[in-house]
Design a binder for this molecule. Structure first.
Ligand code: SF4
Length: 212
C-alpha cells in the first residue's frame, strides 16, 4: 500500500473511531495485521471463553489460531459432530465472554452493518456474549448506510453465497437480485448504531483488505 493510501486510511479510521465513541462503542486502529492481533489479545484477557461467527477477518490476522492455541476456552460450533452438538455449542456461545465477528460493512461515522442467513451471528452481536470484538478491514468502510447496505448485498453476499455453494441469484450474477430464494443469506439485516452497554462492543480497524 502506498504512503498516500496509508495516510488516507489512518485519517478515515480516526473519523470512524470518533463515530464509534459517540455510539458508546470503542474503536482502535491497527496499521498492520500483526498490530491488530496484538491489540485483540490485549482486549481479550487470558482465561476468557471465546466464540465466533463466520469471520474470515479474525482468521486472516491470526486471531482464531492464537485463541485456539492460547489460554482461552474456545467454543467451536464447527467441530460439533451432530446437529444437537452444534445447537449446544451455539447456545453455550450466547454466554461467552467474547464473540469474534467481522462486519459486512461500516459507515465512516461508526454504524456497523451485517446480514445473515441462519442469523446466529447477528443475534450474538445484538445480545448475549458479554463482549463483541469486531475485526474490520478498511475495505469495509462506506460513506453512509445506503452505501454500506449496497456493499453488504452486492459484494459480501454474492461472495459468501459462492463460497458456501448456495443457489442464489447473486451467486450467478455477482449482484443482489433481492431474492426470496430458500438459500438466501439475507434473512436478517442488523444495523448496530448504538451500544447500550459501555465496553461491550470493540472494533479494531485494520489498515488492510480483510474478508469480503
Ligand atoms: S437477497 Fe438474494 S440475491 Fe440479494 S444478496 Fe441476498 S442472497 Fe443474494
Amino acid at each position: 500500500m502506498n504512503e498516500a493510501m496509508v495516510k488516507r486510511n489512518e485519517l478515515l479510521a480516526q473519523k470512524v473511531i470518533k463515530g464509534l465513541e459517540s455510539r458508546n462503542m470503542t474503536g482502535y486502529y491497527a496499521a498492520t495485521k500483526e498490530e491488530a492481533l496484538k491489540k485483540a489479545l490485549e482486549i481479550i484477557p487470558e482465561g476468557s471463553s471465546v466464540t465466533m461467527g463466520g469471520t474470515m477477518s479474525a482468521h486472516e490476522i491470526g486471531l482464531v489460531e492464537a485463541i485456539k492455541n492460547g489460554s482461552y476456552t474456545f467454543i467451536d460450533r464447527e467441530t460439533a459432530k451432530t446437529p444437537e452438538e452444534k445447537r449446544e455449542a451455539m447456545l453455550k456461545g450466547y454466554d461467552a465472554d467474547f464473540f469474534l465477528s467481522s462486519a459486512n460493512a461500516m459507515t465512516d461515522d461508526g454504524v456497523i452493518v451485517n446480514i445473515d442467513g441462519n442469523s446466529n451471528r447477528v443475534s450474538m452481536i445484538a445480545q448475549g456474549p458479554k463482549h463483541v470484538l469486531f475485526i474490520v478491514g478498511m475495505n469495509k468502510i462506506c460513506g453512509d448506510i445506503d452505501g454500506a447496505m449496497k456493499r453488504a448485498r452486492n459484494v459480501a453476499a454474492p461472495i459468501n453465497a459462492q463460497r458456501f455453494g448456495l443457489s442464489t441469484p447473486c451467486s450467478k450474477t455477482g449482484a443482489c437480485m433481492n431474492c426470496k430464494s430458500p438459500d438466501t443469506i439475507c434473512c436478517q439485516f442488523l444495523i448496530t448504531r448504538f451500544s447500550r452497554h459501555k465496553d461491550r462492543i470493540h472494533v479494531i480497524l485494520v489498515n488492510d483488505d480483510l474478508g469480503f
